[in-house]
Design a protein around this ligand. Sequence first.
Ligand code: CO
Length: 134
Amino acid sequence: MIERLNHVAIAVPDLAKATARYRDALGARVSPPQALPEHGVTVVFVELSNAKIELLEALGAASPIAKFIERNPDGGMHHLCFEVDDILTARDALEASGARVLGDGEPKIGAHGKPVLFLHPKDFDGTLIELEQV
Ligand code: CO
């Protein structure tokens, strides 16, 4: 069902500092920051040859990242994103297996303009999972 790892998302307390670490210390290619108010984040994409790292900084008081940083002030891994061919087929199979889909269960348009769903971290060893239809 799942295919490639699309990205690992890291919640960061300071996006400029995190971006500089990936660019300067790790020598990675990084995008300019993009504000995505509908997702409550500002994101920088770190482009690797086989996947992306997304650095997420809270944008706005209702940001899901603000709550995460409250609990994890140094930042930390926020979610993994796996690619799927057909997100509705994947959702139905996962729900049939007992996994919980967050929200109303309907795919939303994610940060890359493609349909995404999130799966409950309690069902996946404490890891929030994003599925993206590519
Ligand atoms: Co993501």
